[in-house]
Design a protein around this ligand. Structure first.
Ligand code: ACM
Length: 268
């Protein structure tokens, strides 16, 4: 099974450009799973709810039909970050589009980063895994800053993910040290689709630091994009290899967990 992560520079509040760019990538990539960055259709640096709201899209909107149709017509899974409007709420979400439309769903970012708190509501979906038996894959999603909380990846690992997809707009250089650990400790594949470019608002500039990566369940890098240029990276994965959580004759990362002991530590 082939998986790709798309690294590019979404243009701030230029939905037409971003949608055309995503369509162009989709026409070029043949992988079974394609992951795009966080807020791919709107850009990132919203300073308030009004701005985010004006650029948010309802998940059922016809504007996202091209993703529903592509996933169905080309028998592949697409995961893409977008600003989602739902009633009077606005979420920093990832849309998951499957060949079987009944599985389509959104993950809404749980841990909001920096000024996202002024623009978005905190995600209400929690962490969940979608199983797609036709491709024998179980996918969990987290978005960007969720990486700082090992509980996010742990929830997805315990819920049976083979692959954690992580649409991102990462601005610190720290995450590369941690993502491979998330893959190892949960014995899952992990794919980060990060963005590049800068966004300047008032007197503040954010630099997004690329290096989109696909890690295997031993934390080894299968593919990595450059720090500052657009690139689609692709790797072959074998989802069933993540399911036996033992790593020698005696130890198994799920069986060896001792949740009662962790509760004692947390109470202190
Ligand atoms: C981030 O959560 N976009 C850093």
């Amino acid at each position: 099974m082939l998986i790709s992560a798309v690294q590019f520079a979404p243009e701030f509040i230029n939905k037409e450009f971003n949608i055309e760019y995503v369509k162009k990538c989709l026409s070029e990539v043949k992988s079974d799973i394609i992951i795009f960055p966080e807020l791919s259709l709107s850009g990132y640096f919203f300073l308030n709810r009004d701005e985010a709201s004006a650029n948010a899209i309802d998940f059922e909107s016809v504007e996202l039909d091209f993703l529903r149709e592509d996933a169905q017509d080309n028998n592949r899974i697409i995961i893409i970050g977008f600003a989602e409007s739902k009633g009077n709420k606005i979420f920093n979400s990832a849309g998951l589009f499957f060949p079987d439309r009944t599985l389509n769903c959104v993950y809404r970012k749980t841990h909001l980063f920096y000024k996202e708190i002024y623009a978005f509501d905190r995600g209400d979906t929690g962490f969940f895994v979608v199983s797609f038996p036709e491709k024998n894959i179980r996918i969990g999603t987290m978005i960007c800053y969720d990486w700082r909380f090992p509980e996010a990846a742990r929830c997805l690992g315990l819920d049976g993910a083979d692959l954690i997809a992580c649409p991102s707009n990462l601005v610190t250089p720290l995450w590369n040290k941690v993502m491979p650990a998330r893959a190892i400790e949960n014995k899952v594949y992990l794919a980060v689709a990060n963005r590049i470019g800068i966004e300047k608002r008032n007197d503040e500039t954010l630099l997004f630091n690329g290096r989109s990566s696909i890690y295997d369940y031993n934390g080894d890098t299968l593919a990595e994009a450059p720090v500052d240029s657009a690139k689609i990276i692709t790797a072959e994965i074998y989802p069933e290899r993540t399911r036996d959580k033992s790593f020698n004759l005696i130890n198994d990362i799920n069986m060896d967990r001792l949740p009662d002991m962790y509760k004692q530590i947390m109470k202190k």
